[in-house]
Design a protein around this ligand. Structure first.
Ligand SMILES: NC(=O)c1ccc[n+]([C@@H]2O[C@H](COP(=O)([O-])OP(=O)(O)OC[C@H]3O[C@@H](n4cnc5c(N)ncnc54)[C@H](OP(=O)(O)O)[C@@H]3O)[C@@H](O)[C@H]2O)c1
Length: 436
């Protein structure tokens, strides 16, 4: 299909572009700026501004087979109505899809343990007070022969962006992770690539007049997200709650209310009816050890293949951390290659061969985390071959509550990893204390 996409330069729009193209569709991007952006994978580019609905007249030409509207509304009812009119009217009587992007904030605070679904009555918070009216306006197009569909994404994460990136920035700025409002606040979340796949599914097969929650995890504790954001920022202090009034001084009262909103929202309907299958890492894992943790990568081309290898290497290093923190001898040993591994410890002890490493580990690991432990972060990966990688790691000593132990030096482990039978393992490792 040839799909007109508003908001194509944005966070969600970039992912939707990628997934539409991967599914064989052509993206015609509607952008505010006229400068050409050849690297984005668009089939064509049109200029238009949703603040000026007249500029959209003529955007939906007869060859446009679907419209996905991601650009945010202005909040001015007359302008927003005129925008929907300009984008949907040319599709009337064609049965072609018009997919509008709303958001779960129209549901307001859901409270309780029960996840709310698409049948729940809306109760929008102030920042999106105008949105239910637009949803209704869009869905009314179903009666006019438009395959009108509304998608309400949860809090979008992934690719190092979205609202969770604010948590990372704030943790870095403040030296401690923070979350807003009550400590029990939960956000429904969705990975940006999973959400993009939902938009593709909606364009391809959602029925006219339907509404879908784009939610991967119904209710993620924001406190956990904040802690993970702290890790992403390299800040190890425990997260603390910022009262909404104080958050309003930083973010403004409307956005502060949204950040403090407690919601539990089901995304089950889209899975059942549209065959949508969210598969990306969960929000906490992605913050803690995924796309919010920049790793320098050398020796391999940019792209999903390299991303997957780097993610697998990060999992291996996370396994080293987990095994050490929990004194799990067998799991620690499982990260080593069986054949002739070598390891020089942070104290300068050289271990040669799997048996020597195993007997040393059995001796020293039990009890090693009694007083304190360490966290490990991948900093740099050099692919010497597709199946051989040199990896620089940062090791920081911490208390059990994650607080950094400042009077103990950091380590800089260096791992030479080998991928055998589809699994990365340590072939050689050396830990070096950072002297200053
Ligand atoms: N991110 C989330 O967690 C989330 C959750 C639920 C719903 N949503 C909704 O999803 C939509 C997209 O969000 P996003 O996170 O991708 O936002 P974003 O990164 O800020 O992108 C917004 C996009 O809209 C375009 N745009 C802004 N004003 C415009 C105008 N007046 N005319 C034409 N284009 C305009 C921007 O183009 P320029 O390049 O010209 O700025 C950009 O491409 C929004 O409606 C948002 O409310 C987002």
């Amino acid at each position: 299909m040839k799909v007109l996409l508003t908001g194509a330069t944005g966070y969600i729009g970039s992912a939707v572009t990628d997934h539409l193209a991967a599914a064989g569709h052509q993206v015609v991007a509607l952008t505010r700026g006229a400068e050409q952006q050849p690297g984005r994978g668009w089939h064509a580019q049109l200029v238009g501004d949703t603040a000026d609905p007249a500029s959209l007249a003529g955007a939906v030409t007869p060859d446009i087979e679907a419209v996905i509207h991601l650009a945010p509304p202005s909040g001015d009812a007359a302008v927003d109505t005129a925008v929907i009119e300009a984008l949907a009217a040319p599709l009337r009587g064609t049965g072609r899809p018009f997919v509008y992007t709303s958001g779960v904030w129209v549901l307001g605070a859901t409270g309780g343990a029960q996840e709310v679904d698409e049948q729940a009555t809306v109760n929008p918070i102030d920042i999106v007070g105008y949105r239910p009216r637009i949803e209704e306006r869009v869905l009314a197009e179903a009666a006019e022969g438009v395959r009108a569909v509304v998608v309400r994404p949860g809090i979008v994460y992934g690719r190092g962006g979205g609202i969770p990136a604010i948590l990372v920035d704030r943790a870095r700025l403040q030296g401690a992770p923070e979350y807003y409002g009550d400590q029990g606040v939960r956000w429904p979340t969705v990975h940006v690539d999973d959400l993009a796949e939902l938009f593709v599914a909606a364009v391809e097969r959602a029925q006219a007049g339907t509404l879908w929650h784009g939610v991967g995890e119904p209710a993620v504790a924001v406190r956990d997200l904040a802690r993970a954001a702290g890790r992403a920022a390299g800040v190890l202090a425990a997260p603390h709650a910022v009262p909404v009034e104080q958050a309003a001084e930083v973010f403004g009262p409307l956005f502060a209310e949204a950040l403090a909103l407690d919601q539990s929202v089901s995304g089950a309907a889209a899975r059942t009816a549209l065959g949508w299958q969210p598969s990306r890492p969960r929000a906490v894992a992605d913050l803690e050890s995924g796309s919010y943790r920049p790793v320098e990568v050398f020796g391999a081309p940019d792209g999903p293949g390299t991303d997957a290898e780097v993610a697998a290497i990060r999992r291996l290093v996370a396994e080293v951390e987990h095994a050490q923190q929990n004194e799990l001898v067998d799991r620690f040993l499982s990260v080593f290659r069986r054949q002739d591994p070598v390891w020089t410890t942070g104290h300068g002890k050289r271990l040669s061969g799997f048996e020597e490493i195993a007997s040393f580990t059995r001796k020293v690991l039990p009890g090693a985390a009694a007083e304190s432990t360490a966290v490990y972060d991948v900093e740099r990966v050099l692919f010497l071959r597709p199946d051989v990688a040199a990896v620089n790691v940062r090791q920081q000593p911490v208390q059990h509550d994650g607080t950094r132990i400042t009077d103990r030096p950091e380590g800089r482990p260096f791992y030479l990893l080998v991928k055998e039978d589809g699994t990365w393992r340590i072939g050689a490792a050396q830990n070096t204390i950072v002297a200053d």
